[in-house]
Design a protein around this ligand. Structure first.
Ligand SMILES: [Zn+2]
Length: 487
């Protein structure tokens, strides 16, 4: 069974002024894709032959993708699909929240073009992140999709395996599945919908129960990506019928799942300590007996697509002369370059941050000692400079970069366990940091990824939508025609 493997993934925070260019993608072509996490094991276990085409992933999320960059990648992907010879199915590896300038939903466009190339009879399954905003057209042209069931995410490989398993099952059975899709008018920051706590835990348990029913292929709960000011932003559910005969049952179950998600809308909340401001977070961290304490500068979270160089928290640390803090980090090529020029042990004066995000704080002038330099060792690596001014250490990078675990700090010469306070540009801590943080404080800082969605200037999202319209009423409506047997 020959399964094409392809897809371009990205997550677009529309409020960000930083667009995504071609060089901001890591592109795997042909055999390079065979090393993709989980693919080899899944292919062997499922006895399928992966036909690797093109897989592109953003180094770091941002604002919308530049049209030319997207079209270059998409057209190469389609050419490789054309050249691949007969396929039994296609598995797309997508995120779900890509937006392309002048085109809109990048996932919808990819499914539309791949469907046009394959014709009606070859199934398409999609591996998604649950922070996906899907459209009706997507839900009519893809046969099914599976998304991660953990947030923070730790089941990427399993989800790819699951997606390929669903696809292989459909091909072997010779039946076309029928996805039933319901959009739930709910905008969520991912931090309010982590999966180890309620209500996501129960919603995922309900999806698993539905999935075990006869005639149901899979059931998914999509949190959506709330920081996208676009008509189709929001949560959704999917229940896929194994075939035409089971569509009525899938429709019934999808309505139950969507209604339950809607009924829980006021219960989505943070699973860590929350501080209303940077100062409140710093006070709480300094008072804490534990170490290290992590403060997430959540309004400027680059893993959600924010620029990552807002100086809002850094300015407070410097003004308050905090005795021991690490800030990870600032994408600031000019400041990093100045440190490399001076060398370890040298003294420099640089203006840090405030260059991509010019709204949430001016550059902060710092005079300090260059403590550590890390030179990139591979094309995907980054140059890092660690600058110390009094008790505050900042990590400067030559491009946008995200700090997921202790290894990223080690590269910058920092042992996180040796410090009292770590300020990080993130929302929830990624799993490797959660394991070592003795305390985690989410600071509701201002920024383009503001956790308080009602503070953001939405213009294009479909209204009414919760929580922008608190008083709204809603009941589940199935919105894709495939669920009516009409597509
Ligand atoms: Zn995600």
């Amino acid at each position: 069974m020959r399964i094409g493997i392809a897809g371009i993934s990205h997550e677009a925070l529309t409020f960000s002024p930083v667009s995504q260019a071609l060089e901001d993608f890591r592109v795997l072509r042909g055999p390079e894709i065979l090393g993709y996490r989980g693919l080899g094991d899944a292919a062997r276990a499922l006895d399928i032959e992966p036909v690797p085409l093109l897989v592109a992933q953003a180094h770091c999320p941002s604002g919308v993708v530049e049209e030319r960059a997207y079209l270059d990648l998409r057209d190469e992907m389609l050419q490789r699909l054309h050249d691949a010879g007969p396929l039994d199915g296609v598995c797309l590896i997508l995120h779900g929240a890509m937006l392309v300038e002048h085109i809109g939903s990048g996932e919808t466009d990819q499914v539309r073009m791949v469907r046009a190339a394959l014709g009606r009879d070859i199934p398409i399954a999609v591996r998604l992140d649950p922070h996906a905003n899907l459209t009706e057209e997507f839900a009519n042209k893809a046969d099914t999709w599976a998304c991660f069931r953990t947030a923070p995410h730790r089941d990427q490989a399993e989800t790819l395996h699951r997606t390929l398993g669903l696809l292989a099952e459909c091909v072997r059975a010779g039946r076309r599945p029928r996805p039933v899709f319901i959009r739930v008018p709910l905008l969520l920051p991912g931090e309010r919908a982590t999966t180890a706590v309620e209500p996501m835990r129960s919603l995922l348990a309900m999806a698993r129960e539905i999935e075990a029913l006869p005639g149901i292929l899979n059931a998914e709960v999509l949190i959506g990506f709330g920081w996208a000011d676009t008509w189709h932003a929001g949560a959704s559910v999917l229940v896929t019928a194994r075939d035409e005969d089971h569509v009525p049952e899938a429709r019934r179950q999808a309505r139950r799942l969507a209604q339950r998600m809607w009924d829980e809308r006021e219960r989505f909340t943070f699973d860590q300590q929350v501080a209303r401001s940077a100062d409140e977070a710093i006070d709480a961290a300094l008072r804490a007996e534990e170490r290290p304490v992590f403060i997430a500068d959540s309004g400027d979270n680059p893993t959600a697509g924010a620029p990552g160089d807002s100086t809002h928290v850094l300015a407070r640390l410097v003004a308050r002369r905090v005795p021991d803090a690490v800030v990870a980090g600032f994408p600031d090529p000019a400041a990093a370059h100045a440190c490399f020029q001076r060398g370890v042990g040298g003294t420099v004066t640089v203006d840090v941050g405030g260059k991509l995000d010019t709204v949430h704080g001016a550059p902060v002038r710092m005079t300090g000692t260059v403590e550590h330099l890390h030179r990139a060792t591979a094309p995907e690596d980054v140059n890092l400079a660690t600058l110390r001014a009094n008790g505050v250490r900042v990590i400067l990078s030559d491009r946008r970069y995200t700090y997921h675990g202790p290894d990223d700090f080690a590269k910058a010469g920092i042992d996180v366990l040796a410090h009292k306070l770590i300020v990080i540009k993130l929302g929830y801590l990624m799993a490797p940091l959660r394991e070592i943080a003795r305390r985690e404080i989410l600071a509701l800082t201002p920024g383009f990824a503001d956790m308080e969605l009602t503070r953001l200037p939405y213009r294009y999202v479909t209204r009414p939508v919760y929580p922008l319209d608190v008083e709204m009423r809603w009941h589940p409506i199935i919105t894709n025609t495939a669920a009516y047997g009409e597509a």
